[in-house]
Design a protein. Structure first.
Length: 143
């Protein structure tokens, strides 16, 4: 493995990918959104329930590379209780972090900082954004 790839697939990133919270599907979601990254074929299906504009329950079925899985883990760790504004802001910050060399997203989504080595792998950005994008769309639809 090249040094670049070794840095990309760090222990922290692989640990996130191996332990994705809220993996699976909800029995009775308010909204289900499936997102697909066309370039690599990764998919994430997100189920949510929401009340008063906040996510009350969340599940995700993740079929993605380790980078997409790591990002899904950060989403799963932090998404319950969030509002559409919070999720939209996190996604905006995450996109700026990946594509514009911006700072890591603000807490509670600062765990995305683990994906710093993925910035230069633009072909993986769509997969990395799947879970957060699906969560944002689901909450927008539920609101």
């Amino acid at each position: 493995m090249s040094t670049d790839l070794a840095a990309l697939y760090s222990g922290r990133l692989l640990a996130l990918a191996a332990d994705i919270p809220h993996l699976g599907r909800l029995d009775a979601p308010d909204v289900t959104i499936r997102e697909r990254a066309p370039l690599c074929g990764s998919t994430v299906t997100v189920d949510i329930t929401a009340e008063n504009g906040r996510i009350t329950d969340f599940a995700q079925d993740v079929k993605a590379c380790a980078l997409g899985q790591a990002a899904a883990a950060v989403v799963g760790q932090n998404i319950i209780g969030r509002t559409l504004d919070e999720v939209t802001q996190a996604r905006k910050e995450f996109i700026a972090f990946l594509k514009e060399d911006g700072p890591a997203p603000a807490p509670p989504f600062d765990g995305f900082e683990a994906l710093l080595p993925a910035r230069e792998y633009k072909n993986r950005h769509a997969s990395i954004l799947l879970s957060l994008t699906a969560a944002q769309k689901a909450l927008a639809e539920a609101s």
